[in-house]
Design a protein around this ligand. Structure first.
Ligand SMILES: Nc1ncnc2c1ncn2[C@@H]1O[C@H](COP(=O)(O)OP(=O)(O)O)[C@@H](O)[C@H]1O
Ligand SMILES: [Mg+2]
Length: 326
């Protein structure tokens, strides 16, 4: 059995809003092995970001609350830690890069200032050493001419370069785990590929465990060891990347594959899955995917399917359980 760096058990996170209770995570089980990249996919609104924020205990409260479950990081339940211990974890062990670099970089300080602060704090280096390290980090993430660029302010970098600076910042505390939440969504396709390549190389070089979140299956095809598929607050399928890409069992995963743009065809054709992700104040009865599923029958409407493991492959779907060929 491989070592799990992170293990999420029965996690429920709700938002208590004026309109009602948003059941954003309805009992998630997920694990990430030491040193691997786990891709977490699903359409917008399925609970990917809330999963990441729950791990870091950064779910906005109010209205959000983690109401049940365990999040074990190196065997320690993060949900039982004090806020100050949790701050240590966030600063030293788990770093997150957000979709929008604007939110992580302070516009009024130079990159040198911001990177050095993290490095001095976490690596116990003096100012001069920390500056050298900051330059090394910029070089590592592929910023050309890092000695000069380190003096620049965030707005002087292009979108793709800003994303790299943010990654440098997230990595400068040498985290054991990097959570990348849609790290390339706002970037054009070429830059996307470069940033993903970079994350992949860093993982190999530094041994960082990566949780890569995206709404696009195509993005994680080449870099994930395992893939988790989320739908409407549930983990509906999990397996090694090869299985999820070549032998998926859940109708939602299959639909996601069909929605990946086919660049090989003459015209880029983006398939869409019929219907929309439900409002999680009123999630559908039974299997949450049933209103959108071509294979839905009475049982799907009535009862939440129990998850089933076949070796390393997890799927929750009534018809998979009954052995119906999808
Ligand atoms: N601050 C919040 N208040 C109320 N509902 C929220 C809040 N943040 C997220 N949600 C809800 O939680 C669900 C999951 O959201 P999220 O994790 O952001 O989805 P994803 O990252 O997969 O696009 C959605 O229904 C969303 O509306
Ligand atoms: Mg999100």
């Amino acid at each position: 059995m491989a070592d799990n760096l992170l293990e999420i058990k029965g996690l429920k996170t709700y938002f208590y809003t004026e309109d009602g209770i948003v059941r954003a995570l309805e009992g998630i089980d997920l694990h990430i092995e030491q040193g691997e990249t786990l891709g977490l996919v699903g359409e917008s609104g399925c609970g990917k970001t809330v999963t990441a924020l729950s791990v870091l205990r950064l779910v906005p409260d109010p209205p959000g609350k983690i109401i049940e479950g365990e999040i074990l990081f190196e065997g320690v339940n993060l949900l039982a830690l004090s806020e100050s211990d949790m701050r240590q974890i966030r600063g030293n062990d788990i770093s997150m890069i957000f979709q929008d670099p604007q939110s992580a970089l302070n516009p009024v300080f130079t990159v040198d200032n911001q990177l050095r602060e993290v490095i001095e704090l976490h690596q116990g280096l003096d100012k001069k050493e920390a500056r050298q390290k900051a330059i090394e980090m910029l070089d590592l993430v592929g910023i050309p001419d890092p000695e000069a660029r380190v003096e620049d302010y965030p707005h002087q970098f292009s979108g793709g370069m800003k994303q790299r600076v943010m990654i440098a910042m997230a990595l400068s505390c040498n985290p054991k785990m990097l959570i990348a939440d849609e790290p390339t969504t706002n970037l054009d396709v070429t830059v996307q590929a470069q940033v993903l390549d970079m994350i992949n190389n860093l993982r190999k070089e530094l041994g960082t465990t990566v949780l890569l979140i995206t709404h696009n299956l195509g993005v994680i095809a080449e870099m994930s060891d395992h893939v988790g598929v989320m739908y409407a607050g549930r983990l509906v399928e999990y397996g090694d990347a090869d299985t999820i890409f070549h032998a998926p069992l859940h109708p939602y995963t299959i639909a996601l594959h069909e929605a990946v743009p086919r660049v090989t065809e003459k015209k880029q054709k983006l398939g869409v899955i019929k219907g929309v992700v439900p409002n999680l104040i009123y999630p559908p009865s039974g299997c949450r995917f049933h209103p959108r599923c071509d294979f839905s029958t009475e049982v799907c409407e009535k009862e939440q399917p129990k998850g089933e493991w076949v070796g390393d492959h997890y799927v929750e779907c009534w018809h998979r359980r009954e052995g119906t060929k999808l």
